[in-house]
Design a protein around this ligand. Structure first.
Ligand SMILES: Cc1ncc(COP(=O)(O)O)c(C=O)c1O
Length: 359
C-alpha cells in the first residue's frame, strides 16, 4: 500500500536487472545494446504521455531534470517571476528557490485545506512570469491539479509550464502534447514499478531549440560520439537536456516497469483505482479516521492520506502487522495500485484504525 513511495519488485523488473548483469558479465562491454536500451526506456516513457521518444531526456532523478530546466531559463529581463505551487514536492521548490541567486523571484500558489484552487494560479501569472511549476498530483494527499488549464494560463501570459507528474504517471492518463505543457518530469520508483536512479523529462518539441541548458554534458550534443571538446553542438531534440553517461541498469528496469503499466493501460488502472480510492475514503470515514484533503475522487489519485499523531510510529506498527503504508509528515498514506484488491484496502484500514486507536 505504499506505491506513492516505492512500488514492489516484479518478476519482470527483476529479470530486466538480471539481463543487464548478464550482458555485462558475458560481453564485458556492450555499449551499443546498453544505449539502445536507454532509447527504448525513453520510448516507453514517451508512450505513457503520448509523446515521441525524441521529446524525452533522461536523468538520474527529477531534481536533476528540474535543475536542467532551470539552467535553461534567464532571469535577466522583465520576466523574473517563478510561480510555484505550495504542493510541490520540496525538491522541486528547492530548485526554483535556488534560482533567486540568479535574479528569480518565487511567488507561491497556496495550499488551502489540502488543495489548490485554480484561481490561485490566475492571480499570480502575469507578464513578468518566466515559468509556472505545479505538480499533477500532490504527494501529501493525492490531490490532482488541472495541468492543461495551468499550462494554458502560463502560455497565454507568455510563460512556460513545468509539471511534476511523479505522483500520477501510470495511474491517470495524460497526453502531454495535448495538455500543452512545456516540460513534464517523473521518476520511476512509484507507480511505474521501477527503481531509484532514473527519471525522464518531456520537452515540448516546439520550444526545444530555443533552450540551452547550462546543466549539460556530452550526451546533450548532436553527436555525443564526435568527441569534440571545443564544439557545443546542441542536439536538435530533447536529448539536448541529456547530460552524461545515462543510468543503464536503471533503464533496463524502468523500461520493464513502464511496459507493465503501458500494457495494463493507465485508463484501466485509473478506473480500478477510483474504486479503491472511494473504498479508502469511505472506509476511513466509517472507521473514524481523519482524511487529509479532498474526498472528491475526481480530483485525487488513489493515494489517500489520514492525519495521525506520529506517522512514523504508525508506519512501523503497521509494518509489524504485515501492512506497508507510507508516512509523510502529519499523515499516513495508503496508496494501492492496479494489483491491489478491496480486501487489501479493508485490511489496511482495519490495521490503521487499530494502530491509531492503540497509539
Ligand atoms: C511528486 C514528487 N516529485 C519528486 C519526488 C522526488 O524527486 P527526486 O527524483 O528528485 O528524488 C517525489 C518523491 O520522491 C515526489 O513524490
Amino acid at each position: 500500500m505504499n506505491n506513492c513511495s516505492q512500488a514492489p519488485q516484479t518478476d519482470r523488473t527483476r529479470a530486466a536487472a538480471e539481463q543487464y548483469l548478464e550482458s555485462w558479465n558475458t560481453t564485458g562491454m556492450d555499449w551499443d545494446a546498453w544505449m539502445a536500451e536507454v532509447g527504448l526506456a525513453k520510448a516507453e516513457f514517451a508512450k505513457l504521455i503520448g509523446a515521441r521518444p525524441d521529446d524525452i531526456a533522461v536523468f538520474s532523478c527529477v531534481s536533476e531534470a528540474a535543475s536542467a530546466v532551470a539552467s535553461a531559463l534567464s532571469f535577466k529581463g522583465e520576466r523574473t517571476k517563478l510561480v510555484v505551487s505550495e504542493a510541490e514536492f520540496p525538491t522541486i521548490a528547492h530548485v526554483w528557490l535556488a534560482q533567486q541567486e540568479r535574479g528569480a523571484r518565487v511567488a507561491w500558489a497556496p495550499v488551502c485545506d489540502g488543495t489548490i484552487g485554480p484561481g490561485s494560479y490566475d492571480a499570480l501569472i502575469d507578464d513578468h512570469t518566466v515559468l509556472v511549476s505545479s505538480c499533477h498530483g500532490y504527494y501529501m494527499n493525492g490531490f490532482v491539479q488541472d495541468v492543461a488549464r495551468i499550462a494554458s494560463r502560463a502560455r497565454d501570459a507568455g510563460a512556460l509550464s513545468f509539471i511534476d507528474a511523479y505522483q500520477t504517471l501510470g495511474t491517470i492518463p495524460i497526453d502531454a502534447p495535448k495538455a500543452g505543457v512545456d516540460f513534464l518530469a517523473a521518476g520511476n520508483l512509484k507507480y511505474l514499478m521501477g527503481i531509484p536512479g532514473i527519471a525522464f523529462l518531456y520537452v515540448r518539441p516546439e520550444i526545444v531549440e530555443t533552450l540551452h541548458p547550462t546543466v549539460t554534458g556530452w550526451f546533450g550534443r548532436a553527436n555525443p560520439f564526435g568527441f569534440d571538446a571545443k564544439s557545443l553542438d546542441w542536439s536538435p531534440t530533447a536529448s539536448r537536456f541529456d547530460t552524461g553517461t545515462p543510468p543503464v541498469i536503471n533503464a533496463y528496469v524502468a523500461r520493464a516497469g513502464m511496459e507493465i503499466i503501458n500494457e495494463v493501460g493507465p485508463a484501466s488502472i485509473r478506473a480500478w483505482l477510483e474504486v479503491l480510492g472511494r473504498a479508502l475514503i469511505e472506509g476511513g470515514q466509517a472507521r473514524g479516521l481523519t482524511l487529509h484533503g479532498t474526498d472528491d475522487m475526481r480530483r485525487k489519485t488513489a493515494s489517500t492520506a489520514f492525519v495521525v499523531r506520529d506517522s512514523h510510529a504508525v508506519e512501523q506498527a503497521m509494518r509489524a502487522r504485515g501492512i506497508l503504508p507510507s508516512a509523510r509528515g502529519i499523515v499516513i498514506r495508503l496508496a494501492p495500485h492496479f494489483y491491489n484488491t478491496i480486501d487489501d484496502v479493508d485490511r489496511a484500514l482495519d490495521t490503521l484504525a487499530a494502530v491509531a486507536r492503540d497509539g
